[in-house]
Design a protein around this ligand. Structure first.
Ligand SMILES: [Zn+2]
Length: 74
């Protein structure tokens, strides 16, 4: 299964590639090796946008709402 992953190049570049899960390293445009980071793209986008706390809070809330909804089903 392929999905978006973020890779950090040894030269400091941040790149995104659509690769299979097993793919841990890719070649960066600069020719260097880029290693996959552990961050999920959604978190990275919010974290880099400067509005991390509020975005994260919103995520937490929707997550909690989802949990509550799931509990109701049980
Ligand atoms: Zn690079």
């Amino acid at each position: 299964m392929k999905r978006m992953f973020e890779f950090a190049c040894e030269s400091g570049h941040k790149i995104e590639r659509y690769v299979i899960y097993e793919m841990k390293t890719v070649q960066c445009e600069c020719g260097g090796q880029a290693h996959r980071t552990l961050q999920a793209p959604a978190f990275r986008l919010e974290g880099w946008s400067g509005s991390f706390p509020s975005s994260y809070g919103r995520f937490e809330k929707s997550h909690m709402d989802k949990l509550k909804a799931e509990r109701k089903l049980l």
